[in-house]
Design a protein around this ligand. Structure first.
Ligand code: CP3
Length: 338
């Protein structure tokens, strides 16, 4: 039985299953080696052979309980016909979308463009150990829209927030297109062999009040509903990073199965949220750089507070390129008591 799926059904396991967001990535020398020969980050995402190879690297090295498809949230704008590039040392760069271009996003042929990624998913299911959960993913509409509008990451995604205030109707159209495309992409990942999916709303924490409801909660609920029409009971983790007090009620309002928590969530709140079902998280990724007692104490705090309930052990955001491999081994040994 795949442990992550058991936890998502509400089971509490003696030793929680563990995986790390961004577990395939630059902290691994074998990833850096493959990446050198892939000829650009998007080429790596669209090359099933290489994408399978890097997805499996952390499984082979550490034996995590779950494997997350190697891809990126920005393949959706790419597949919708926007220009997307990943520049060395700069991160993603997109051509900022203009109001009059929102109607021109191409939904025809969108899934065809993503076929190589679906091939990666089916190839992975064939190659992974039977007990390893295979996780598919996409970005939440709000988070993907922030990059489409600004063209790059910014400290507070002000361009998208301003756009949403100035042009709410046009922004709604963009969000609706992202809901549609993301729903069909996730359904296709399930059909290709994903056991569950995670929806990353990495920029949820910069919205409040009606904006959080309209741009984060509603689109997430719509995707969950669309996916479950085709894949009844589909297990879905939602990760509204930085949502603070707005985490309360989020699971119920969106219909997600598991709730991804970031490291700023207080343990008392995390315990309350766990009463509603499985939680995933929430170790500060910087503790993995620090190592030593900072790492051990952080792991212990999560286990002491959340270990008796349905818990998927993870970081509160992606692992950083600076994380030493020995510290990842230390984390795993501490979680598993080995
Ligand atoms: O191992 C895994 O977790 C699977 C792969 C994965 C990547 N990106 C690979 C990647 C996943 C799940 C993502 C999600 C993603 N991508 C998010 C949501 C999660 C989060 O971190 O908040 C976001 C916002 C993006 C967009 C993105 N992609 C940014 C902002 C960057 C640049 C920052 C960085 O870390 O370099 C990327 C690039 C990226 N995506 C890399 C990887 C391994 C590094 C690129 C490289 O190898 O050169």
């Amino acid at each position: 039985m795949r442990k992550v799926l058991e936890v998502l059904k509400g089971k509490s396991l003696e030793i929680p299953p563990v995986w790390l967001m961004r577990q395939a990535g630059r902290y691994l020398p074998e990833y850096r080696e493959t990446r050198k020969h892939a000829g650009g980050f998007l080429n790596l995402c669209y090359n099933p052979e290489l994408a399978i190879e890097v997805t499996l690297q952390p499984i082979t090295r550490f034996g995590f309980d779950a494997s997350i498809l190697f891809s990126d949230i920005l393949v959706i704008p790419d597949a919708l016909g926007r220009k997307v590039e990943f520049k060395e040392g700069e991160g993603p760069v997109l051509e900022p979308i203009r109001i009059d271009e929102i109607d021109k996003l191409k939904l025809d042929g969108f899934i065809d463009h993503l076929k190589p990624i679906l091939q990666t998913v089916s190839g992975l299911r064939a190659e992974l150990p039977n007990e390893t959960t295979l996780i598919g993913f996409c970005g939440a509409p709000w988070t993907v829209a922030t990059y489409m509008i600004a063209g790059h990451g910014t400290p507070d995604q002000a361009p998208a927030r301003l756009f949403a205030h100035q042009h709410p109707e046009e922004f709604q159209k963009l969000i609706d297109t992202l809901v549609k495309s993301s729903s069909s992409y996730l359904i296709a990942q399930f059909i290709a062999g994903a056991d569950m999916v995670q929806i990353f709303d990495s920029w949820a924490g910069i919205l409040g009040g009606d904006q959080f409801q309209r741009w984060c909660v509603k689109p997430m609920a719509a995707i969950v509903e669309n996916v479950r029409k085709e894949i009844p009971d589909a297990p879905i983790i939602g990760f509204p990073k930085g949502a603070g007090s707005q985490y309360n009620g989020y699971r119920e309002a969106t219909g997600i199965t598991g709730l991804g928590l970031d490291w700023s969530v207080p343990m008392a709140q995390a315990k309350e949220l766990q009463m509603g079902g499985a939680v995933q998280g929430l170790l500060d990724p910087l503790r993995v750089i620090a190592g030593g007692s900072a790492l051990d104490d952080g792991v212990d705090e999560v286990l002491e507070n959340l270990g008796a309930g349905p818990l998927i052990f993870n970081l509160g955001h992606g692992i950083t390129p600076q994380a030493p491999i020995a510290h990842v081994e230390q984390l795993l040994a501490r979680v598993r008591g080995s």
